[in-house]
Design a protein. Sequence first.
Length: 297
Amino acid sequence: MSSLDEEELVYYVTLPFCVLSIIGSLFIVTIYLLLKEIRVFTFRLIFYLALMDLLFASSFAIPWFINDYYCYVQALLMNFAGLSVILWTATIAYTLNKSVVHEKENLESYEPYYYFIAFGIPALLEGLPFITGSYGKAQGWCWISLGDDNHIKQYTQSWFYGQMWRLLCYYLPLWLTMGYNSWVYYRISKKIVIVLDNSKQEEKMKRMLLIRLKLYPIILVICQTPVSMLRIAYFIGMEDDGMLWLSAIAGIFVILNGILNALVYGLTDTVKNALRRYREKYSTNFFESSSLIEGTI
């Protein structure tokens, strides 16, 4: 089996998970647009996260092996959306830290800064791989390439630039965000334990809230660890033999980030209650309309 055939296989293995992540992200985007009562600042941040998850999963679903154009488009979208997703989780963690730990209000004033951090920085970094022509095939999909090893001198330069852009555009922000998010949610968990103990809330409520808080940073760690291992393996010079399934596993986990974000960030009690009220309102209107129609027949 040729190398290209193997990489195509990675695409088809990961495609169903792309579809799941797209559905999950679309669900969050849809309920945000549908339910006016949840269009508050905090859920707006989750909406932006879902948009970037949607873009990232959609980029992964592009059949990059058809021609160079598809490959190039996937690389651009993946580089922007992948970093944006990471940075939006950091802004959500920062917001919760300010709100819960520091008890700060009027956090909407931070929103313009969040746009620059989570949209602006990825957009600025998007141009860096252009300088060295580093967008291309990247072991399983298209992203920042390490070059063609058929030309040793050119490959050495491409490898150096590719590794540098990979670290700067994705992995350094990722690893820093993992650490920051874990630290923030640890502080929030401690604060919530103190608050709930003082107010004598039910133990079940406290336990469920703490479980959800712990899931936020764990999602990023679980989903991003396999792809980090894959890139480290290539960084230290491991051969392509036997790397096919590591690429497939890494692709699956990084794509699942979208569906897991939708489940944990999106399906909160507030969202569930808003959906229930919307369903009840829609059902009431439907039956009233049906009765009116029957009365005129």
